[in-house]
Structures are given as C-alpha cells and as structure tokens.
Write a protein that binds this ligand. Structure first.
Ligand code: GLU
Length: 264
C-alpha cells in the first residue's frame, strides 16, 4: 500500500521532469519567441532563427549557462504566451511581449529591454488613413488576438472594424491582397514587415501607446527574474545590445536608442 502510494506520488513528478521540456534535464532550454516577425523573431527557410528578440534571448540563455546549440525555440503566438509559461512549456519568452499589469497576474517579467509604441501599417499608395481616428470611417483593421494593440482598439476606438488574426504575418498578407485596409501593432514590428517588401507598405501617423518589451517567465520566480535582469544589464553594458539592435532593426530604418532602464 505504502509502495503503491509512493509510486502514485512519484509518477507525476517524473512525467514533469521528462515531459515539461522547459529546461534542464536533457541539457536544453526551451525559449519562446515569434517565428514570423522579421527583425524581431523569425524562423528562416533554412531553419535558423534571427531577430532582436532571438539575439537577446540567446544572450540571456548564454548567461544562464546554455550555448546556442542547447536552445530549442518554441513558437509563441501572442494569445498563447501566458499559457506556454504557466504550463512550463517554455523557460522564458522573448516575443515582442509587452509588460502589462493584466499579464502580471499570470506571469512575471524581466526587463524591459526595448520600448516601442503602437502604430499603423497601410499600403504605400493609401492616402485616407492617417491615424487611428481615420479608421472609424468604415476601414477594416487587422491585429492579433491576445495582443495589447487589439485590446487598445477595442477599448479606445470601438467604431473601428477590427479583425483579429493569429499572427501579424497573416494580417500583412491580407493587407497585401486588399482584404483589409490597415494593420496595427508595435512600430518595430510594422517596420520589419515594411522593410521585407520595399515599396509595398508604409507606416502612418505617430505611435499612440508605449509598449515596454519584457522577458516573460513563471510568475514569482524571482531568482530567474534576477538572473535575466542581470543578463540584460550585462548585454546593454558590453555593447552587444546596441550591436544586436543595429543588426536587426537598423535595416528597417530604426535608429538605435539608448537601452531602457530595468524595472526595479
Ligand atoms: N507588444 C504587444 C503585445 O505584447 C504587441 C505585439 C505582440 O502581439 O507580440 O501584445
């Protein structure tokens, strides 16, 4: 009886140890990022990963003791990020992930490591969309489920016809073929898509929010949070942060800013 009970208790633990997959046991670390956002988190046709989020995450993993060959990348669409962290499917997420109070109910954040703001992407020849207010005029706007930009449109511009897709790349495809009139999300993300198809799109208006990108991790894991904050601080101090920014976002026409201060 006692042995059976011990087995019943031990089993779930061993399942977690092999199947949880977010790090440790096989010497690998699982990191969440986007796979379809050029300049930030992109899985290339040859299977390699690139982007600023990828470089920051790779640096952080290095500081935690994991060389790049020990990283397993897990695609983390906007609406799935909290769940991926809560279910231990990833050790941490660097995926254009804004720090918000609502999300802090479910996960914790290190950082911020980048500050940007919500903006609009339209076709290069569009003339009648100039900012969020001009969208109330029967325009179809695309954003992504579970994102702060989609939520802001619902809260502040309820007259806009918002369509929520799973990914921004799907929104950009719909913009290209005329199914929608504009895409909204953070300016750095939109700039990455614009740079990918020169002459096709343009960003209009001024950013209308402040988005602070953090690295999402298990709620209240203050030890990991401190290690990641120390890693980001080191990356900023040794110049690798600026180099990564220039390499990934410079081609999209974004000047390298001073890195943001880590939240206290
Ligand atoms: N930074 C915003 C967010 O976390 C938009 C980008 C995204 O959806 O990844 O919701």
């Amino acid at each position: 009886m006692a042995a059976a009970l011990a087995l019943a208790v031990a089993l779930p633990l061993s399942v977690t140890a092999c199947g949880g997959g977010s790090g440790g046991d096989d010497g690998k670390i699982v990191i969440g990022t986007k796979f379809d956002q050029p300049g930030l988190g992109l899985k290339n046709p040859d299977g390699t990963m690139s982007g600023f989020d990828v470089d920051v995450a790779t640096y952080v993993a290095g500081q935690l003791g994991f060389t790049p060959d020990k990283i397993e990348w897990k695609e983390s669409p906007s609406a799935q990020r909290e769940t991926l962290i809560q279910n231990d499917q990833v050790k941490f997420i660097a995926a254009t992930y804004s720090i918000t109070d609502a999300r802090k109910e479910k996960v914790s954040f290190a950082g911020p490591y980048l500050v940007t703001g919500q903006s609009l992407l339209v076709k290069a020849d569009n003339t009648d969309i100039t900012g969020p207010d001009s969208l109330q005029n029967n325009k179809k706007l695309c954003s992504v489920s579970g994102s702060t930009p989609a939520q802001r449109i619902k809260d502040k511009y309820p007259g806009v016809q918002l369509q929520q897709y799973d990914t921004y790349s799907a929104c950009v495809e719909a913009l290209k073929n005329g199914a929608i009139d504009a895409v909204t999300t953070d300016e750095v993300i939109l700039a990455g898509y614009a740079a990918q198809s020169p002459g096709t799109f343009k960003i209009v208006g001024q950013p209308f929010s402040e988005e602070n990108y953090g690295i999402g991790l298990k709620k209240d894991d203050t030890e990991l949070q401190k290690k990641i904050n120390d890693a980001i601080t080191k990356m900023e101090a040794d110049g690798d942060w600026a180099k990564a920014f220039e390499k990934n976002l410079g081609p999209a026409g974004i000047a390298t800013p001073a890195p943001p201060a880590i939240a206290k």
